[in-house]
Design a protein around this ligand. Structure first.
Ligand code: PNS
Length: 161
């Protein structure tokens, strides 16, 4: 049984994330989408809100689970007996940092990082850009799943945080 983790901030999940999660679910027995609490980054949505949006988005994939973790990703992997991390690579600009992190994680724990090239149509997509676009009233419906779009509209109109 090969279980992998797709970690991230997912603030919020986009079609770019979903692409990687879906394709990982076709390659591995189980995929855990883990919302990592980043203490250095502010967030628009709470961890619970982010998890709920992900659950809604991945509900059709039977082997995809959603979880959260506050701490090092390798400690999460150790606790859940996960041997590999799956990360999407959008462009060369992602590679430097992802390579560093992957190498450090492997040296510290033996956990492998497997990179998956995102579809070219999502290579420019990021949660930050989606949030910026939504902040100024831009249409983000082609970049995020419907439940996320609804949550963004609610949040931008001053809805609960
Ligand atoms: O979606 P993001 O913000 O690009 O995801 C980055 C994330 C959360 C996967 C990464 O920062 C992470 O793994 N954070 C947990 C802390 C950790 O293990 N850091 C790596 C030290 S080498």
């Amino acid at each position: 049984m090969m279980r992998v983790v797709c970690p991230g901030s997912f603030d919020p999940i986009t079609y770019g994330h979903l692409d990687v999660i879906e394709r990982a679910s076709e390659q591995f027995d189980e995929v855990v989408v883990a919302v990592l609490v980043n203490r250095t980054k502010g967030s628009l949505f709470t961890v619970e809100e982010r998890m709920e949006m992900i659950r809604e988005t991945v509900k059709e994939f039977a082997n995809v689970k959603v979880d959260s973790w506050s701490g090092l990703l390798i400690d999460y992997c150790k606790e859940r007996k996960i041997r590999a991390i799956v990360k999407g690579l959008r462009a060369v600009s992602d590679f430097d940092y992802e390579l560093q992190m992957g190498q450090m994680n492997r040296q510290l724990s033996g956990v492998e990082t497997l990179f998956m090239a995102t579809r070219p149509e999502y290579s420019f997509l990021s949660s930050s850009l989606v949030k910026e676009l939504a902040t100024y009233g831009g249409d983000v419906s082609t970049y995020v799943p419907a439940p996320v779009h609804a949550s963004l509209l609610e949040r931008m109109s001053g809805g609960k945080s």
